[in-house]
Design a protein around this ligand. Structure first.
Ligand code: G6P
Length: 615
């Protein structure tokens, strides 16, 4: 994980890099650092803590003037988060400085070898080994920085996005990537470097996204020379025009990004289906599916791989694909899938779901499935991300940037895209009637309005949050399409409030979790009409007779559950497979309010990161 930012040009580099780091904090936030070259000297400041802590320390210790700077926000892998392990790291001579996102797996062997030649190390990081390896190459082979970076990287095993700077050649920065993202913003006589485009969006709309295995030498006022790290081939870089704008990455009046993103869901879902869903013509257009329709529709099996919230969206999709398209679906954690010996045939289609499009385990799962001949389809949010490029075809969710670490709009838009895909395949395979197909499209069009309605329960949810904010455990139950929603609700609560929560299929409660129920235990039950309603009502009775506290998510106008539950939160009715899109909303708000009331850092919960580029 980690975020990297750099600048070389004519402006003061410090504010650019500092702001960029703040925007990249979603990638990691346990420590941060910046190195600035002021024309004569390289000055460096780093600290454990957030970018705000760095700002305070830096402005009190060094002058911030200079046109070149590189900075880093860290999510620790090698070495605990402390000042010394923070990036940037100097080489032994103090000439080179590096920032790194990723892991150098063979760092220990390289370190030992360097130590035998007199190199010393201050930190426990793999990164400090890499910068000294580069220095060693410069000294031994008498080559320039670019060449030395290339030679050194060819000796490493692992993943990286790096930027390296040599104060004795102050007009260039060398960058490289393998497995971690790296974008170069190209302005007028100035260049920006970042893990994604958000740090430079107000300065330029032109960017080069390095491909895996590429490096670039960026020269002040000159050019960007891109090469392949392995064989030195020159690459003609593709200059991409960015669609992102500044508003999308700011809080827009909300207290937290998470709250903003929860409220953005009606619009985000519309953006997801806009142009794809043509209810009047009874059609769904999705280029990635249309161009490969036979291949996907004739799949013997669909394998869904993902992590975290995206995995929960995959579970909802499993129910939807099997219900509508009648294609067998298996959903797997990418991290498990990649390390077993899965049976994959050329008739399989693998769908990788990933908000960031950068999750290392999901990426590795795709590569494995592709090697075995499967067709890979990506459902990503970040345009141009690694997974979107690695897959044979795909569909973007178009949710706009999601910055809060706890995923919200990514989840509902992933479900939307996957529903469209399932409907399309169902139509092609003749497993859905024309009438039902149209009903789905009409209902999907109503979902954004229904989410707006669900959001109106905010004050009531705040009231409930206040009652349960001190709970130590919480159980979430759901059945059918809403079982994955229960998992997702529990994940949201634990990741931002640190309250232990578990999601369970309601009927499984009697096989274990029921033992936990007493008057201290809040149980959130998704009990919307249809979908095994009567059975869920029985489960609620079972909780009640054990004195558990029941918070039920019910369909508007419900009376039966209201009589049993301690609290009900109403959501508008929709057809059953689409209910996750509305039942998720109160669960997101519940966890949000509880976390805020407990004084937790909602957007940057401890130990987590948004983009998990390490396995
Ligand atoms: C991290 C994030 C989660 C996310 C998961 C998968 O754990 O904190 O919010 O669901 O990664 O990320 P992806 O970008 O692949 O959807």
């Amino acid at each position: 994980m980690c975020g990297i930012v750099g600048y070389i040009g004519h402006r003061d580099a410090y504010p650019v890099v500092l702001k960029g780091l703040q925007r990249l904090e979603y990638r990691g936030y346990d420590s941060a650092g910046i190195a600035i070259y002021d024309g004569e000297e390289l000055k460096l400041c780093k600290t454990q803590g957030k970018v705000a802590d760095l700002k305070e320390k830096l402005e009190n210790t060094i002058t911030t003037h200079g046109n070149v700077a590189i900075g880093h926000t860290r999510w620790a892998t090698h070495g605990v988060p402390n000042d010394v392990n923070s990036h940037p790291h100097y080489s032994n001579s103090g000439d080179l400085v590096i920032i790194h996102n990723g892991i150098i797996e063979n760092y220990d062997a390289l370190k030992k070898e360097l130590q035998t030649r007199g190199y010393t190390f201050k930190s426990d990081t793999d990164t400090e080994v890499l910068v000294n390896l580069i220095e060693d190459v410069i000294l031994k082979e008498n080559v320039k920085l670019g060449k030395a970076v290339q030679i050194a990287l060819n000796q490493t095993i692992g993943a990286y996005a790096i930027a390296v700077y040599n104060k004795s050649k102050p007009d260039e920065i060398v960058v490289a990537r393998l497995g971690s993202p790296l974008a170069i913003g190209v302005g007028e006589d100035e260049f920006f470097i970042a893990s994604d485009a958000s740090p430079f969006i107000e300065f330029t709309k032109n960017a080069i996204y390095l491909e895996d295995g590429e490096m670039a030498v960026i020269r002040r006022n000159k050019e960007v020379k891109v090469r392949k790290i392995q064989d030195d081939t020159l690459v003609d870089p593709y200059l991409q025009e960015l669609q992102l704008n500044l508003e999308q990455i700011e809080k827009g009046g909300y207290d937290h990004f998470m709250l903003k993103e929860i409220h953005e869901q009606p619009t985000a879902i519309k953006d997801t289906y806009r142009g794809r869903m043509l209810p009047d013509e009874g059609l769904i257009r999705m280029a990635g599916v249309d161009d490969n329709l036979e291949r996907i529709a004739n799949a013997k099996r669909i394998l869904i791989v993902a992590c975290g919230t995206s995995w929960h969206a995959g579970l909802v999709a499993e129910y939807i694909f099997e219900e509508l398209a009648r294609i067998p679906v298996e959903v797997e954690y990418a991290s498990e899938f990649r390390y077993r010996n899965p049976i994959i045939s050329e008739k399989d289609v693998i769908i990788a779901i990933s908000q960031s499009g950068e999750t290392a385990d999901t990426m590795a799962a795709i590569k494995l499935a592709k090697e075995k001949g499967a067709f890979a389809f990506g459902v990503c949010n970040v345009v141009g991300s690694s997974i979107s490029r690695e897959t044979n075809a795909g569909a973007y969710t178009h949710a706009g940037p999601e910055i809060g670490v706890a995923s919200t709009k990514a989840f509902t838009t992933q479900i939307t895209v996957l529903t469209l895909m399932a409907l399309k395949l169902a139509k092609h395979n003749g497993t859905i009637s024309n009438t039902d197909f149209r009903t789905y499209l009409q209902e999907l069009e109503l979902v954004p309005g229904k989410i707006e309605k669900a959001l109106e329960a905010d004050e009531h949810i705040k009231y409930i949050s206040d009652i349960y904010k001190d709970a130590r455990n919480c159980l979430y139950l759901g059945r059918g399409f809403n079982f994955p929603v229960a998992l997702e609700g529990a994940l949201k609560l634990k990741e931002i409030s640190y309250i232990h929560a578990e999601g369970y299929p309601a009927a499984e409660m009697k096989h274990g979790p029921i033992a936990l129920i007493d008057e201290e235990m809040p149980v959130v039950v998704i009990a919307t009409k249809k979908g095994h309603y009567e059975k869920v009502v029985s489960n609620i009775q079972e909780i009640k007779s054990r004195k558990g506290k029941i918070i039920a998510i019910v369909t508007e106008g419900d009376t039966e559950v209201r009589e049993l539950a301690d609290h009900v939160i109403e959501v508008p009715e929709t057809i059953e497979p689409l209910t996750p899109l509305v039942t998720t909303i109160p669960l997101q708000l519940l966890s949000y309010h509880i976390a805020v009331m407990l004084g937790k850092n909602v957007d940057q919960p401890r130990n987590l990161a948004k983009s998990v580029t390490v396995e």
